[in-house]
Design a protein around this ligand. Structure first.
Ligand SMILES: Nc1nc2c(c(=O)[nH]1)N[C@H]1C(S)=C(S)[C@@H](COP(=O)(O)O)O[C@H]1N2
Ligand SMILES: [Mo]
Length: 396
């Protein structure tokens, strides 16, 4: 019996030893943790963060427009592309960030923690950078999977932290410039892969690259049509939903199931010239325009669709409201929530592709897509494509 246990444990040890050695090498192998590894991954991570930052600012400016900076309405899918990129780059940043932290973590706990004033500042900037990066990608991911668990407003927080992150990143790049330059110049002090290592530097970088590419491949299909078949992880599927289009918030979730189908529904168009109510039949009797425009959700899913309805400019003319010169307000039947009322800068309101849509993909709007009437305009985030319209207000 004793012989058996001994033999068994010897065999187990024999099996485990290389695995343990591999894990140990993977965690402490100098070639893997070379400055080169850190710089190569850092380059990719930095690129991902810059894409997120630029596209994030763009999204912010669309949602909080500056009167003196009109945002483009063409190409109609521009926001679809920028926000798709935002979410794709943010998704790729998750494995890159983890790998980058792993490639430097012994140094995060270096002793003594502070060697000089300069060193203290450097470490403080790294602490901010690491902390903010982790929070940014985590709340972004939670938002993508629609798990709104955090007790603070997502958008304001994500936006404010983005500036902190970019500032800390700039300081970090400045401090690390000598190492970065050395690596770019291929200084031989960064040792090449030693023979016989379990995890080589190249292997590690390849693994991390594969992880980042897989994360992108398994989610990007929510906005990139050719990748749609590979979308295993993103919550919305292209083509899946009433009338072949995903739903962001249903009529039931918005509390409008009754008001949306009420027979006495009218759309009120108010302007300094007065106010006019349109029944659904009256809207249907006005000249109808067709437009192929995407819904491009801030949460990263997007899809193009064929809409039909009344041009906003035509409707405003019919109501004697004239051409708008100030932001136009849109009110939904929905009573609560951030999307119950939206505003549209005047140049979008005058755009010939901006519609009060009554139909989607060849049939009357499904109630979850905004029946009886919804807004659809080119180049704008999905959140501003107000469903279940009740009132349009022109102030000037
Ligand atoms: N009244 C109202 N309109 C709304 C919303 C909402 O919650 N309430 N969601 C918006 C969001 S976030 C998106 S992405 C689009 C999605 O449109 P769909 O559900 O018809 O695909 O509708 C927008 N319009
Ligand atoms: Mo959205």
């Amino acid at each position: 019996m004793a012989g058996f246990t001994e033999r068994a444990s010897a065999r187990i040890a024999e099996r485990l030893e290389p695995l343990a050695r591999g894990a140990h090498d993977a965690a402490s192998d100098p070639p893997v943790k070379s400055a080169r590894t850190t710089v190569v991954i850092g380059r990719l991570l930095g690129a991902a963060f810059l894409i997120c930052f630029a596209t994030g600012i763009y999204s912010h400016l669309l949602q909080n427009p500056l009167p003196w900076l009109p945002m483009p309405a063409r190409p109609v899918s521009l926001y679809r592309v920028t926000q798709g990129l935002h979410v794709i780059a943010g998704t790729a940043a998750v494995p890159l960030l983890l790998a980058k932290l792993w490639s430097v973590y012994p140094r995060l706990f270096a002793w003594p923690p502070v060697r000089s004033v300069g060193h203290a500042l450097e470490r403080a900037s790294i602490a901010v950078l690491v902390g903010v990066s982790l929070v940014e990608v985590t709340i972004g991911l939670l938002n993508l999977v629609q798990w709104y668990v955090f007790p603070f407003p997502f958008r304001a927080t994500h936006f404010a932290l983005a500036w902190v992150l970019i500032g800390a990143l700039a300081i970090h790049l400045g401090v690390k410039l000598p190492v970065i330059v050395r690596v770019w110049r291929r200084d031989p002090r960064d040792r090449p892969d030693a023979p016989g290592r379990t995890v080589t530097r190249r292997g590690f970088v390849r693994t991390v690259g594969t992880a980042a590419a897989s994360a992108v491949l398994l989610t990007a299909g929510q906005s990139v049509p050719v990748l749609a078949p590979f979308n295993a992880l993103a919550p919305r599927r292209m083509g899946v939903g009433p009338q072949g289009l995903p739903i962001n918030r249903t009529a039931a979730q918005a509390g409008v199931t009754e008001t949306a189908v009420a027979p006495d529904w009218v759309l009120t168009v108010a302007s300094p010239a007065g106010s006019r109510d349109f029944t659904l039949d009256e809207l249907r009797a006005l000249p109808q325009t067709e437009a192929v425009l995407p819904i491009a959700c801030v949460e990263g899913w997007s899809q193009s669709a064929t809409w039909r309805g009344v041009r906003l400019v035509d409707l405003l003319a019919e109501a004697d409201a004239g051409e708008p010169n100030a932001p136009v307000g849109f009110e939904s039947l929905q009573e609560r929530g951030a999307f119950a009322r939206t505003e549209m800068p005047p140049h979008y309101a005058r755009d010939p592709l901006t519609l009060v849509a009554l139909e989607l993909n060849g049939g009357p709007l499904h109630v979850d897509h905004g029946f009886p009437a919804r807004l659809i305009a080119p180049g704008r985030p999905g959140v501003m494509q107000t469903k279940w319209l009740r009132r349009i207000e022109v102030t000037a």
